[in-house]
Design a protein. Structure first.
Length: 78
């Protein structure tokens, strides 16, 4: 069975955020760079529910962990 491929826009939708390209780019621009050592799910801009969702997705589902890692990388570079 083939693993599903989740897009960054799907992760943003799961988080209850606007998921169009301009909104995603703007979000990354506003919130980056994260300090070195700051885990994605521990960033201060998430609501408690969003942070918990990220923790759950990363811990329980490797399919979602890949796209969460993509967001994590984007937020840490600048």
């Amino acid at each position: 069975m083939e693993k599903p491929f989740h897009r960054l826009s799907e992760l943003f939708s799961q988080l209850g955020l606007p998921a169009d390209l301009a909104s995603i780019s703007g979000f990354i621009e506003r919130h980056s760079p994260l300090a070195a050592g700051t885990r994605l799910e521990d960033a201060g801009f998430w609501t408690a529910a969003q942070a918990q969702l990220l923790r759950d997705l990363i811990a329980q589902d490797a399919d979602w962990a890949e796209v969460a890692d993509q967001l994590n990388s984007a937020l840490h570079r600048r």
